[in-house]
Every structure is written in structure tokens, then in C-alpha cells.
Design a protein around this ligand. Structure first.
Ligand code: HEM
Length: 152
């Protein structure tokens, strides 16, 4: 059993749930004009940490599995599902990870609480859309599609 893949597969739920939590509470905070609380910072921190662990596991899977070798064999020779894991999934998830990190530092530098919530919504919102689009959900094309949960 590939333990890194099992953890990477389960941890996607932490990323999705924490990301949704951060974005939805930013929307409700903007609408109700409430202050930026310690709890908002905690959710954002845990979202970032879950993305950090996914990046680390993803890089291990990428370089210890066949994906990097496939990329080296030439992009033109890859089929749709190979291109998804060798390029699209990895590159887009790294962009999402960067947005989460930039977003957190922009929130820290914001002048007021309203700006903190807006920046959370923009940076985390875009990152979450990318993450949701790039997860190999069971309804994706054959070859790309993986289970809702890891297959033991
Ligand atoms: C928020 C970030 C990420 C999420 C939510 C995520 C999610 C997932 C999921 C759900 C799978 C399918 C697991 C299964 O088979 O059940 C997967 C596979 C994979 N991910 Fe990620 N991933 C993320 C970031 C990354 C990054 C940054 C990389 C590489 C740089 C990466 C590399 C891979 C690879 C290579 C596989 C296929 C492993 C294999 O079957 O050999 N992932 N990812």
C-alpha cells in the first residue's frame, strides 16, 4: 500500500472543508460587518497547514512515482490522464498553494478588519476554486477519476 497516496487522498477532505469554512465565514463576516476574530485566523492557519502537507506529499508522489519520468519522456507523448497528473494537477495545485500563502500575508498586512475578510475571500476563494477543479473526483474522465476515499 502506498501510504503517502492514502494520506494525500484523505487529506484532500481537510483542505476542502477548511477552505470552504474560511471562504464562507469571510462572506458572512463581510455581510454582517463583523470584526476579524482569532477563530478566523485559526481556520486560515489550518487551511494553509493542510495545503502545505498536501504539497509535500504531492511532491513525494510526483518524484518517487512515474509522473516526473513521464514528463521527461516528452509532453507530446502523454495521453490526457497522464498529462493531468504529470502537469495540470501538480502545476495548478502549486499555484493554489502560493495563493493561500500570499493571501495569508496580505491578510496580516491589511489596514482593517473589513479588508482582512475581503482579502481572505479573494485569495482563498480563487485558491479553493482551483483546488476543487483540480481534484481527480470520481466523476472526472476515465483515467483521471479516483475514488471519493482512498482505495485500500
Ligand atoms: C491542495 C492540494 C492538493 C490536493 C487537494 C490534492 C488531491 C489529490 C487527490 C484527491 C489525489 C487522488 C488520490 C487517490 O488516488 O485517491 C491526488 C493524486 C496525486 N497528486 Fe495531488 N493534491 C494536491 C496537491 C498536489 C501537488 C502540489 C502535487 C505535486 C506537486 C500532487 C501530486 C499528485 C500526484 C502525483 C498524484 C497521483 C498519485 C498516483 O496515483 O501515483 N498533488 N491528489
Amino acid at each position: 500500500m502506498n501510504y503517502q497516496l492514502v494520506i494525500h487522498s484523505i487529506l484532500r477532505w481537510a483542505v476542502v472543508i477548511l477552505g470552504l469554512w474560511a471562504v464562507l465565514s469571510a462572506i458572512s463576516a463581510i455581510l454582517s460587518k463583523r470584526e476579524y476574530r482569532n477563530a478566523d485566523n485559526k481556520v486560515s492557519l489550518f487551511f494553509m497547514i493542510s495545503c502545505d502537507i498536501q504539497l509535500l506529499l504531492g511532491l513525494i508522489l510526483y518524484f518517487t512515482g512515474m509522473w516526473f519520468d513521464k514528463l521527461k519522456s516528452g509532453v507530446g507523448s502523454l495521453d490526457k490522464s497522464e498529462r493531468f497528473f504529470a502537469m495540470e494537477h501538480a502545476v495548478m495545485m502549486i499555484i493554489a498553494w502560493l495563493l493561500v500563502h500570499i493571501g495569508r500575508s496580505m491578510v496580516k498586512r491589511a489596514d482593517n478588519d473589513a479588508q482582512k475578510h475581503k482579502r481572505t475571500l479573494i485569495y482563498f476563494g480563487i485558491a479553493l476554486v482551483i483546488i476543487l477543479a483540480m481534484i481527480p473526483w470520481p466523476f472526472r474522465a476515465p483515467g483521471i477519476a479516483r475514488g471519493w476515499f482512498p482505495q485500500f
